[in-house]
Ligand binder design. Structure first.
Ligand code: SF4
Ligand code: SF4
Length: 177
């Protein structure tokens, strides 16, 4: 009876091991597929992970980019206000070297929730996006999201290095040997 139990237990452990291995293989395959889809189909360089923890930071320190530059002047912002309802939610709170800093009046600061949640703009629904990095921005430390590079720095660097050696890149790239 004891022997039978030991055998069953051993089998059980083996099964759990196989299932765990299968599970991690599936997770890896899923991640690789996500990476492939994001980089080859959507042309992204990062994968977004995590979820919003309603800290409200992204609604309190906002820069507005119009066309190719960050809004720096109040007059420019007042003109924009007429173009999209989202701008009418914003209030100027500061100005620095980057540009005007806004906060959204629809944020309930105490609860950290959006009081216009159902009617919030697309930019709020999609936040944070990879484009933030492209504009020199970043997500706050409290943010529940993080961005993972699809290709490591070393991989990108090696690719450029190879292109340089093959004569496809200009000489102003640093080469590591
Ligand atoms: S509309 Fe809501 S989600 Fe968008 S910035 Fe304002 S408070 Fe945040
Ligand atoms: S900063 Fe990140 S976690 Fe905080 S409210 Fe914005 S999206 Fe959510």
């Amino acid at each position: 009876m004891l022997e039978c139990y030991v055998v069953t237990n051993h089998k059980k452990k083996k099964m759990i091991k196989i299932i765990n291995k299968l599970n991690s293989t599936l997770i890896n395959m899923h991640l690789e597929f996500k990476k492939f889809f994001a980089s080859k189909i959507l042309g992204k360089k990062y994968i977004r992970k995590g979820k919003c923890n309603a800290c409200g930071r992204c609604c309190q320190e906002i820069y507005v980019r119009h066309r190719h530059s960050i809004i720096k002047e109040e007059e420019e912002f007042y003109r924009l206000k007429k173009l999209h309802f989202f701008y009418s939610y914003l209030e100027i709170v500061a100005k620095n070297d980057t540009g005007l800093v806004f906060k959204c009046t629809k944020l309930d600061e105490e609860k950290g929730i959006c009081t216009a949640y159902k009617h919030r703009a697309i930019i709020c629904r999609q936040y944070p996006q990879e484009e933030i990095f492209m504009m020199g921005g970043f997500v706050s430390e409290d943010c529940g999201f993080e961005f993972i590079p699809i290709e490591s720095f070393a991989k990108v660097f090696n690719k450029i290095n190879k292109q340089y050696k093959a004569g496809k890149k200009k000489k102003d790239f640093i080469i590591m040997r």
